[in-house]
Design a protein around this ligand. Structure first.
Ligand SMILES: NC(=O)c1ccc[n+]([C@@H]2O[C@H](COP(=O)([O-])OP(=O)(O)OC[C@H]3O[C@@H](n4cnc5c(N)ncnc54)[C@H](O)[C@@H]3O)[C@@H](O)[C@H]2O)c1
Length: 439
């Protein structure tokens, strides 16, 4: 099952600049915080940009050269933390943008990490499991000097999973000659993973979505939901929302959308995906279900629209047809800045990625602390603690939004960047303090 999830076909992505989007949000929060130019440069520049190339022997005996990246954006608040992506569209620019999102995310939810991101340009769908293992081991060797349990701690992202983390851990331990379970998170439970990590990101997305419903006096039983992406994040988001009584009218993956007005059975759909050779919904059927396009899913009249696939999915063009009350960004950067404006003008509230999908890194933090302390938490403790952190962070954002009139995203960036600016100043990296003292 782990192997199947690695071999899904990748997206053909619209070419849109995630880095430009993240910079735009950064600049607007920097202006609000009245950061001076040197602080802006300090906070927006990655501390390290690592590019590696390494040879891998393929199953047919040939040798392929792969390119990988690790960007370490900020260590002002703690060791670098961020996932590893295996996808043909991985670039240095995308990795930089995703690394800075990790810095703001960890700061927003108040966990003592900085931000990083890594990736390898590869096409998991066309590779065997043995080839993926060799790529992972070679990539680990190539960035070995830059990572470590108190230095930089990777985790899974698109195209990687628990199995990839196991190989990463094993290779790191072999090369270092010591057992260091805290060097990666998102590991299988049997080798030091945390209970609850698998479902954490999706559960966190669902917790925030349910809190937004409560904030707006909408009962879950009156809420309809459409979810784009049915991988690690989308499927667990769907499972928790369905359990809370919401009606999931549509889900989708790379094979298209699956629409059922009286509610898709998430339990059946998850079982189907787990058993399918490609790890997709292709061929999934239940009575009353029809196939729709991914674009049609984004335009459904629903209470909650949850993009949980990849970046740049809601663009200026298709944002005009979004009819949801709320968009909850489960993926990183799924709404372009131009689309964000369109949604705002339409009165649609967008919960930003740096809050909505932070449950994963919060539970990664619990996994790391368990590895370092040797103590373990129960599933219930992990999920309760994560829920509490997510709600505290949402409440802080709502408070700042109310006080300032900023959007949820702007408020989230202001809070997150303010804390990183303070840490950098206290460490003597920059004498220029931000001027908006309350944030
Ligand atoms: N895994 C985590 O813990 C985590 C944490 C925070 C953020 N994220 C972000 O969440 C997003 C999803 O990550 P994941 O870990 O679930 O990845 P995944 O590889 O497990 O799943 C991705 C899903 O999206 C689907 N998909 C791809 N292209 C699509 C398209 N055009 N239309 C509809 N569906 C499409 C795939 O078929 C798959 O179902 C990414 O943006 C990732 O960076 C993940």
């Amino acid at each position: 099952m782990l192997e199947n999830a690695l071999t899904q076909k990748p997206l053909s992505l619209e070419v849109l600049d995630l880095e430009a989007g993240v910079n735009k949000y950064f600049n607007s929060a920097a202006e609000f915080l009245k950061l001076n130019d040197s602080s802006k440069i300090l906070l927006s520049t990655a501390e390290k940009e690592i590019k590696v190339s390494f040879p891998v022997t393929m199953d047919d005996g040939s040798t392929s050269i792969f390119t990988g990246y690790r960007v370490q954006h900020s260590s002002a608040r703690g060791p670098y933390k961020g996932g590893i992506r295996y996808h043909p569209s991985v670039t240095m620019e995308e990795t930089k943008a995703l690394a800075s999102l990790m810095t703001w995310k960890c700061s927003l939810v108040d966990i003592p990490y900085g931000g990083a991101k890594g990736g390898v340009i590869c096409h998991p769908a066309t590779m065997s499991v043995c080839e993926l293992e060799r790529v992972t081991r070679q990539y680990t060797d190539s960035i070995m000097a830059f990572i470590g349990p108190k230095k930089d701690i990777p985790a899974p992202d698109v195209g990687t999973n628990e199995l990839v983390m196991s190989w990463f851990l094993d290779e790191y331990n072999r090369q270092s000659g010591c057992h260091h379970p805290a060097v990666v998170t998102g590991k299988p439970i049997s080798i030091g993973g945390s209970l609850g990590r698998l479902e954490a990101t999706g559960y966190g997305v669902a917790k925030i979505a349910l809190a937004m419903l409560a904030e707006n006096n909408i009962s879950p039983s009156h809420a309809t939901v459409a979810i784009q992406g049915f991988g690690k994040v989308g499927s667990w988001t769907a499972a928790r929302l369905a359990q809370a009584g919401c009606r999931i009218v549509a889900v989708s993956d790379i094979t298209g959308g699956y629409y059922k007005p009286d509610g898709v059975s998430i339990e059946k759909a998850m079982k189907y995906v787990n058993a399918s050779p490609q790890g997709t919904l292709s061929g999934y059927y239940e009575k009353g279900l029809t196939k729709i396009s991914n674009d049609a899913l984004l335009g459904l009249e629903v209470t909650l629209l949850i993009p949980a696939a990849m970046e740049n999915q809601i663009t200026e063009q298709n944002a005009r047809s979004v009819k949801a009350n709320f968009v909850i960004e489960a993926a990183n950067g799924p709404v372009t800045p131009a689309a964000d404006l369109v949604l705002e003008q339409k009165g649609i509230q967008v919960v930003p990625d740096i809050l909505a999908n932070a449950g994963g890194v919060v539970v990664s933090y619990y996994e790391w602390t368990q590895n370092l302390s040797g103590l373990s938490l129960s599933h219930k403790e992990v999920i309760n603690r994560m829920d509490q952190k997510m709600l505290q962070s949402l409440n802080t954002i709502l408070k700042v939004k109310k006080e300032t009139g900023l959007s949820l995203r702007q408020a989230a960036y202001v809070i997150a960047m303010g804390k990183v600016a303070d840490a950098a100043m206290l460490r003597g990296w920059n004498s220029a303090k931000k001027n908006a003292d309350n944030y």
